[in-house]
Write a protein that binds this ligand. Structure first.
Ligand SMILES: Nc1ncnc2c1ncn2[C@@H]1O[C@H](COP(=O)(O)OP(=O)(O)O)[C@@H](O)[C@H]1O
Ligand SMILES: [Mg+2]
Length: 441
């Protein structure tokens, strides 16, 4: 191409070019590594901080690196790197660098601070405790700090230090600034994620308590049966013992019935307590069939009251699932109560609720089928929308909560028409892939 001749600066040598390209590639790789850490651990910041410090230490060739977050009293260290030769003589500055100290006050500084030789800096000369040890024991000289800025607020900083006196280049400062941005983004994502999860889990609990409230009368009724039977069997047992001679065989049978009744009452109370307790969601290994049976016990009386028969077809030898038992029970509770409510709106037809489980290629499918009025095309479209309800006393949150619970477990929840009539809700939960989990060959 023909162009005007302008004096050009000296062209970098091939070797210099190669070095620059290699540096850029390394920086790119470090950035994507941090992004990966953010994506793979949205709930846990520690791996993100560690990755940032690893990259910063390596790419800027420093002997000391720390990430500190601002708090009321100063700057709290959340991650640190110290080269072995520095660490041999010094454990690093305090975890909480208080306000009024050099490291503590960096937590309020909005711009980067680059000090080519900290041994000449006023903080060292006035004997600042967070600086002196680093210089005297670990021999740190050149230092750089870059703030983590969120909406013009300093939420922390990345601090780096070298043992040799060698100023940081513009490119290094730009790189650390990018790392600081990534750390800020990660902090923000985690905070939002936490808030969202808190709201979701409070909403889910409110929904659970509301549904159990609707079932309260039926559950009380369900409990009355074993309690009445306990008293009757107790009386009978006493009578068998009072006979001359006592009829020990019959007495034993009465006591066995007492044990069975109290187990039944206990399991209802346990199921109820489990669903109402305020517990942080957790992942545990669970038997989905067992979880379903507990829910079935809770809705038994409600079903009877509405003339609904419950049929459970639970597949044996399902793979183990990892999940929150209470939340999955809530899904089953919502689906079955919806089914009972839908069927009770019909008069005269047969009312059957079938809960079944089945092994799938990579987990378990749970199905809840009813013989109610089924789903209109409009409701099929909108069922899972929050606040969509066709019931006069409905809130319309049940199914949307169910869907987010199932999705949080890596599964899927959907609805179709059941044959010949009624609705069919199904959800899948992938099997636990963890070590020791039962896996198909
Ligand atoms: N088994 C079912 N059969 C027919 N319609 C159903 C069934 N389950 C849910 N629905 C429909 O979906 C709507 C939303 O359900 P849900 O989110 O649980 O809220 P709510 O129970 O408060 O109405 C219900 O109002 C109803 O119209
Ligand atoms: Mg509902």
């Amino acid at each position: 191409m023909a162009g005007r001749r302008t004096p050009r600066p000296r062209l970098p040598s091939r070797l210099e070019l190669r070095e620059q390209v290699a540096e850029l590639v390394a920086q790119q790789a470090a950035m994507s590594e941090v992004l990966r850490a953010i994506a793979s651990s949205p709930h846990d910041l520690q791996p993100v901080f560690e990755t940032i410090l690893d990259s910063a230490t390596r790419l800027c060739r420093v002997e000391s690196a720390a990430l500190r977050l601002s708090e009321e009293g100063g700057a709290r260290r959340v991650a640190q790197r110290l080269a072995p030769d520095a660490a041999a003589r010094w454990t690093g500055p305090p975890t909480l660098a208080p306000r009024g100290t050099f490291l503590g006050d960096l937590a309020t500084r909005k711009t980067a601070l680059h000090i080519p030789d900290i041994a000449q800096h006023e903080s060292y000369l006035r004997g600042d405790p967070t600086v002196v040890a680093g210089v005297d024991l670990a021999g740190l000289r050149t230092q750089l700090s870059v703030p983590l800025l969120k909406d013009d607020h300093v939420i922390g900083y990345i601090g780096l230090a070298r043992r040799r006196r060698q100023p940081f280049t513009d490119r290094e400062i730009a790189l650390v600034t990018d790392f600081a941005r990534q750390a800020t983004i990660a902090l923000d994502i985690t905070r939002r994620e936490r808030e969202l999860r808190k709201v979701q889990s409070e909403l889910a609990r409110a929904n659970r308590v509301a549904i159990l409230g609707q079932l309260a009368a039926s559950i009380a009724h369900e409990l009355r049966q074993p309690l009445t039977s306990l008293a009757a069997n107790g009386d009978a047992g006493l009578n068998w013992l009072a006979m001359q001679p006592p009829n020990l065989g019959q007495a034993k049978r009465s006591f066995e019935a007492i044990v069975a009744d109290s187990r039944r009452a206990n399991s209802i109370v346990n199921g109820l307590m489990g669903l109402t307790k305020k517990k942080a969601p957790r992942k545990e290994c669970l038997d989905i069939n067992h979880a379903i049976m507990e829910v079935a016990a809770l809705i038994q009386s409600e079903a009877l009251k509405n003339g609904v028969s419950i049929d459970t077809r639970l597949a044996p030898r399902l793979p183990p699932l990892r999940g929150d038992r209470v939340q999955l029970q809530q899904v089953i509770l919502n689906l079955t109560v919806n089914a009972i409510q839908a069927m009770s709106s019909l008069s005269g037809s047969k009312r059957e609720l079938e809960i079944s489980t089945e092994r799938t290629e990579n987990g378990v499918r749970v199905a809840c089928r009813d013989t109610g009025p089924g789903l209109t095309p409009e409701s099929l479209d909108r069922l899972f929308e929050p606040f969509y309800t066709t019931r006069p006393d409905g809130v319309g949150l049940g199914l949307s909560i169910c869907r987010s619970i199932v999705q949080a477990h890596g599964g899927r929840l959907w609805a179709t028409a059941a044959e010949p009539n009624g609705a069919l809700f199904q959800f899948t939960i992938p099997a636990d892939q963890g070590p020791g989990a039962d896996q198909e060959p």
